[in-house]
Every structure is written in C-alpha cells, then in structure tokens.
Ligand binder design. Structure first.
Ligand SMILES: CC(C)(COP(=O)(O)OP(=O)(O)OC[C@H]1O[C@@H](n2cnc3c(N)ncnc32)[C@H](O)[C@@H]1OP(=O)(O)O)[C@@H](O)C(=O)NCCC(=O)NCCS
Length: 177
C-alpha cells in the first residue's frame, strides 16, 4: 500500500523558537508559489535553477503544484504565527524514470528565512518521505559555490558521495532503512 504523503503535515520548532509547519503542497498553492518566486533574489534563483529566471511559467506552476505524491512529492514549509501562515520554503523529491529507488531533490528557502535551520529540517522530512516510498537514494545538483547547501548536506548526518564536474557538485545521498 502507498504511504499517504498527500496529507503529510508536521510541525517543527526552529532553533530560535519560531514554529514552522511542513505540509504536502496543494494545487491551491499555485498563486502563492508564483508570487513568492517573484520575491526571490537572483542569487537564490540561480542556486536553485542554475540560471536567471524571471518567473515561473504556467506549465511549471502546474508541474510544481499538481504532484502525485508517488513519483513526485513536494512539501511547503510555512512560518506559523497564530492562525496566519507565511511561506518559508518548498522542497521536492522526484523519482527518476526507470529507477524507482532513485530520486532528485531540490529545496528553496525564501531569502528572509535562510539561515534559520529550515533547509536542514526540510532535508530530513524529504528523507522521511523517501524512506516511506522505498526510495533509497536522493541526488542533488549543487553549484560549486553554494556553501550553504553543501554545509547542510555535510552536517545532515546522512551518508553521501559528491562528484564535482563542470562547476556542479553531483551529490548522491544514500538512505538507510
Ligand atoms: C541552501 C538552502 C536550501 C539552505 O537552507 P537554509 O534554511 O538557508 O539552511 P539552514 O539554516 O538549514 O542551514 C544549513 C547549514 O548552513 C549553514 N549556514 C546558514 N547560513 C549560512 C551562511 N550564510 N553561510 C554559510 N553557511 C550557512 C548553517 O550553519 C547550517 O549548518 P549547521 O548544520 O552547521 O548549522 C537555502 O539557503 C536556499 O534555499 N538557498 C537558495 C536555493 C538553493 O541553493 N537550493 C539548493 C539547491 S538543491
């Protein structure tokens, strides 16, 4: 039986005491994702997409928000303050075609929320989703100068291999059962 990742929802407390909720993305997050993307700095967009993108296209917005939680899992992290929610991050895991136990992951934390520990928490929740799906490997492509992402992976406690090619660190994380 497939795990019910479409209703994934967990709360975590950041080191500074702020509370975030990590939940499954929904089609209704489309406009929020579009608007939050427009607020990202050029550096954050470049580190995530390896190029300067001005906006997400309608096709990309559909791809990013209408996921099946089997081949493609996406989580949003929101800062919780009373009944209000402020978008803080998105993380996704996409299984590789023909290799069901291999996946590609990517994380984006909004600029104002970087450095608070959200990336680290998101990585551990993506690893949890991967384990539930029986995915044993999470790969990530990280630009050579992206020290924050490299530090996050290095300090995650997860076993990984890294191979630098053409300015990109090709990371392969192996998950234990
Ligand atoms: C890379 C990214 C996901 C990390 O998330 P984050 O929430 O900023 O990172 P965290 O706060 O969880 O910190 C992760 C590690 O980086 C360190 N770090 C935080 N800010 C840092 C900074 N300005 N410079 C260097 N290291 C930093 C933290 O100390 C932490 O290490 P620790 O485990 O020793 O404490 C986030 O910065 C981001 O979205 N960047 C732009 C997009 C991107 O690069 N995505 C990754 C492509 S897959």
């Amino acid at each position: 039986m497939l795990p019910d990742l479409a209703s994934y929802c967990h709360r975590e407390t950041l080191p500074d005491g702020q509370v975030i909720e990590l939940r499954a993305i929904r089609p209704g997050d489309r406009n929020k994702l579009r608007d939050e993307f427009l607020k990202l700095s050029k550096a954050t967009v470049r580190d995530r997409f390896f190029s300067i993108k001005l906006e997400l296209t309608p096709t990309e917005l559909s791809y990013f928000t209408e996921v099946d939680f089997d081949h493609h899992v996406a989580l949003v992290a929101e800062l919780v303050s009373g009944t209000s929610r402020q978008p803080a991050a998105v993380g996704r895991l996409v299984r590789k075609p023909g290799q069901p136990d291999h996946s590609e992951i990517a994380i984006t934390v909004t600029d104002s929320m970087q450095g608070y520990g959200i990336g680290k928490i998101m990585l551990s929740h993506l690893a949890e989703c991967a384990r539930q799906l029986g995915v044993r490997h999470m790969d990530a492509s990280v630009m050579a100068g992206n020290t924050r992402m490299m530090k996050l992976i290095r300090n995650s406690g997860l076993a990984y291999k890294s191979h630098l090619q053409d300015g990109i660190n090709n990371i392969s994380i192996s998950l234990s059962a």
